[in-house]
Design a protein. Structure first.
Length: 266
């Protein structure tokens, strides 16, 4: 699977209204061929809680270092963080890669990530839904076989987001910072170096877009479009480990556009 600028054509007239600048930055038709990024700098300030994931199949390293940081993160941010993992897992499961989906979908029930779940039961978290998905993964069931369970997992995460009474602008800002940090870890020298982080970054972009959609105001429409452009910088099939990724510089540029639109809503 490849990252190709021609996918932007599918955005249609709405994307065209953003102007040629946004499309060119994302590699629109007629742009220069995508060049490999220079080596990505190490993120000295990256949260330690994001360092435990990786592996060619998007798996967990098993280390839980840094999850103490989750204890100091507000509940709405923790829900956003968990939501990103679930979004990535659902996309990967539906793309026919349950092995890559598993570590992401286990976040809501794994003992490794208990700090993320502190205080969310009162917001409507239903662990049984994710335990059922986990069991289906173990049994090797396809996404089609458990479509209702996957839909239920998605709905439960959406319920948590709504019940958190979060500041949506703050949530999206947090998700953008996290998305870019993880993408820089996941993609090095123009290739996927850490599939788990590449996939997590996708999930955070999806959750940010969905939060923006729920704003439902005319003023938020440009923000929704910029986030949709960001999501579409991953392959339409999903953030699979064998994808050819968009350059880090293009992801960073698009995150900047999202933040620019976000600044007008704060």
């Amino acid at each position: 699977m490849t990252y190709t600028p021609k996918r932007w054509i599918g955005l249609g007239l709405s994307a065209a209204l953003l102007g040629s600048t946004a499309l060119a930055a994302c590699g629109g038709p007629g742009s220069e061929p995508v060049k490999a990024d220079p080596p990505a700098p190490k993120l000295a300030g990256a949260p330690a809680s994001m360092a435990g994931e990786g592996g060619e199949g998007g798996g967990e390293s098993g280390a839980s270092a840094g999850h103490a940081d989750m204890q100091t993160l507000p509940v709405d941010r923790r829900i956003a963080f968990m939501s990103g993992h679930v979004a990535a897992g659902l996309a990967l499961y539906r793309a026919g890669a349950p092995d890559q989906a598993a570590p992401h979908l286990l976040h809501p029930v794994s003992e490794t990530h208990t700090a993320e779940r502190a205080g969310i039961d009162a917001l409507g978290f239903d662990a049984a839904i994710f335990e059922n998905v986990s069991a289906a993964l173990d049994e090797g069931k396809s996404a089609a076989e458990i479509a209702p369970q996957l839909d239920a997992a998605e709905a439960n995460i959406s319920l948590l987001q709504e019940n958190a009474n979060a500041d949506p602008v703050g949530q999206i800002d947090f998700l953008m910072d996290t998305c870019l940090e993880e993408y820089k870890i996941g993609v090095v020298n123009g290739a996927i170096d850490n599939a788990g982080e590449y996939q997590d970054a996708y999930g955070f972009s999806v959750v940010a877009r969905d939060i923006a959609r729920r704003l439902g105001t005319p003023e938020s429409e440009p923000l929704v479009m910029e986030l949709e452009l960001l999501v579409r910088m991953w392959p339409s099939e999903g953030p699979l480990a064998d994808s050819i990724p968009a350059p880090v510089s293009e992801i960073a540029a698009q995150v900047s556009r999202v933040k620019l639109e976000l600044s007008g809503l704060g």
